[in-house]
Design a protein around this ligand. Structure first.
Ligand SMILES: *Cc1c(COP(=O)(O)O)cnc(C)c1O
Length: 230
């Protein structure tokens, strides 16, 4: 695995997608997804200038973060169980995966205990896949006032995962729909939302064309993940 070459390739693909869409590449932030990767891989990435990392499990991240340089930034991108909300509030600068009002309420409760505001994204299950987490779009709009009333949560935008497909174009309607939903949420909130977290190794260029501000990329940077249990 040549991490430097992979990083350069990913960055130039993001830049090319931005050029096609008339977007400023500075408006797209790469979240390097290090789930399943050991701390030495994070350190190698940090040596190349990467500072923002995404993890999908609280326990794995907690152990890893303590072994990595303290100046790095960590986002939670995977499903959060309520009983891990306390740790999530402590370890992550942004939680991409707030997928229900119940979870949001638990994050509020834990954040209140430590008097901390928690930046979050609301995960949406656009395609309605049973295997994925996230608010159904209609439910998101219905629950938004209640979500917004949780004072410790700072809602910064939306996140989605497109259904897996070998054809990136299949993801386009999903990403477009997330962008439209962001607009609908902004109307309800009466305030702009900064972020659309969408796009992974298989579909990030389409996501950037459709307005992604955070792309979550693992495999294209680090290669196939070592097999993980659970
Ligand atoms: C693993 C994961 C990614 C990155 O996936 P790759 O295909 O390896 O780039 C992005 N988002 C979430 C939520 C993930 O769990």
């Amino acid at each position: 695995m040549d991490l430097a070459a992979n990083l350069q390739a990913v960055q130039s693909r993001i830049a090319a997608a931005c050029a096609r869409a008339g977007r400023d590449p500075a408006a797209v932030t790469l979240v390097a997804v290090t789930k399943g990767q050991p701390p030495r891989v994070v350190r190698a990435a940090a040596d190349l200038g990467l500072t923002l990392f995404g993890e999908n499990k609280v326990q794995e991240a907690r152990a890893k973060i303590s072994l990595c340089p303290g100046r790095l930034h960590w986002h939670l991108i995977g499903h959060l169980q309520s009983n891990k909300a306390r740790d999530a509030v402590h370890f992550f600068e942004l939680i991409h995966s707030v997928d229900s009002l119940a979870l949001a309420a638990e994050i509020q409760k834990q954040a209140d205990k430590v008097a901390k505001n928690v930046p979050v994204l609301l995960e949406v299950n656009i395609a309605g896949e049973a295997s994925k987490f996230g608010h159904p779009p209609e439910k998101l709009l219905a629950d938004l006032p209640a979500l917004n009333a949780l004072r410790r949560l700072e809602i910064h935008g939306l996140m989605t995962m497109a259904p897996w497909s070998p054809e990136p174009e299949k993801a386009r309607p999903v990403f477009r729909r997330l962008r439209e939903l962001k607009g609908a949420c902004e109307q309800i909130l009466g305030a702009p939302l900064a972020h659309l977290s969408m796009g992974m190794t298989g579909d990030f260029e389409v996501a950037v064309e459709e307005g992604a501000t955070l792309v979550r990329i693992g495999t294209a940077l680090f290669g196939e993940r070592p097999a993980v249990k659970g």
